[in-house]
Write a protein that binds this ligand. Sequence first.
Ligand SMILES: [Zn+2]
Length: 138
Amino acid sequence: MNKTEKAPNRMLSMLQMKCPNCHKGPLYKNKSVWPLNKMMDMPENCPVCGQKYEIEVGFWYGTGYVSYALSVALIATLAIAYAVLVGFSWKDNSIFIFIGVMVGALVIMQPWIMRYSRVLYIYVFVKYGRGQTLKSSE
Ligand SMILES: [Zn+2]
């Protein structure tokens, strides 16, 4: 582990949905996913460092792929857990129960999947302290 880590708690900042540039400002207006119709509301700029969140028009379009990947990862994790804890068999309804559990989990987790998709996505493009602060100050 000789990876020099300059950014403080990158993982923690991602978990807490903080600005990728300063790790202080919140990415989302509401801390909780409630109300659901406001859960994707983001400030235009980071209130702490001024980092623009929607870097260009349609920037969030690519998050569709990220949320797809996260959903697949969630299903894979569930499938492994289910196989270990319950086990799959053609003789009973375990596969159908699993599908029910999986769909339920996907629906319940959807707000977080969508939010963390954007968090992961912006952390790919904006690195700590090197973000483009579009503050029109002199
Ligand atoms: Zn910031």
